[in-house]
Design a protein around this ligand. Structure first.
Ligand code: MG
Length: 246
């Protein structure tokens, strides 16, 4: 039955298209505006010219604060920011909605623990939706909790983890959720994640706020919120974090 309906829809489209006047001039389908803004791409992994650098070289942590207020208590050394356990999550001082986010992370070279206890951290969009950071190199855990999963929601398409101690990249495209005035979800969030150059989350729909226990549902929130990095008691490091607002 469904197939029949689809084919009727295609037929209607075909008739509509067929009814249009035939275009013979190739210029008729050219579009000259708007003109895309020129952006200079970064060399290697450097940020493009229009990015906001959240973590660059040196010891500059001015873009970050502790999630519970005050200065970041994690260790910063020559552009490498490392989780200091029990000091809590950190958040950007700026708030973001739709964005492209580049993050580089490294789980400790010295392997300690297993499952969720090995190289666990996380990149939270809008402080609420976690892209899992975990050492998933020869480290089995539940599939929707491994590296590059949308925690407890979406299993990554493949496991593209590099060995512990090596730098890894996440390139994330985020479409923020939209809420109606009454708090109902007007448009859910969507996320795409590329892990070390490999597509692992392909425009998947976010089902709700990341929760450790239970079914995840949406709780209405502001249009823009900080990016959060998780302290999960493991000394995971970060470097070269930049964002482009979309
Ligand atoms: Mg985590």
């Amino acid at each position: 039955m469904k197939k029949y309906l689809v084919s009727v829809a295609c037929l209607v489209t075909a008739i509509t298209v067929g009814a249009q006047e035939e275009i013979t001039d190739p210029k008729a389908t050219e579009k000259w505006s708007p003109v895309p803004v020129v952006v200079t791409p970064g060399e290697q992994n450097a940020p493009p010219s229009d990015a906001i650098v959240l973590l660059g070289e040196g010891e500059d942590l001015s873009m970050w604060e502790s999630a519970d207020g005050g200065d970041v208590k994690w260790d910063i050394n020559d552009g490498v920011l490392t989780v200091k356990k029990k000091t809590g999550a950190i958040v950007t001082r700026n708030y973001f909605g739709d964005c492209q986010l580049h993050v580089e992370w490294r789980s400790p070279a010295q392997v300690k623990g297993d499952g969720q206890g090995r190289g666990n951290s996380g990149v939270f969009l809008m402080t609420k939706y976690e892209v899992q950071v975990l050492d998933s190199y020869n480290n089995r855990t539940y599939s929707n909790g491994q590296a590059a999963s949308i925690y407890k929601q979406h299993i990554p398409l493949v496991n593209a983890c590099r060995p512990p101690g090596e730098w890894q990249t996440y390139d994330i495209i985020w479409k923020a959720p939209v809420f109606c005035e009454d708090g109902e979800v007007k448009e859910p969030a969507f996320i795409t994640v590329i892990h070390n150059g490999v597509l692992v989350q392909n425009h998947v729909e976010i089902k709700g706020t990341t929760d450790f226990i239970g079914i995840q549902t949406y709780k209405p929130h502001a249009e823009r919120l900080p990016i959060l990095l998780q302290d999960h008691n493991n000394p995971v490091s970060y470097r070269n974090i930049w964002i482009r607002e979309l």
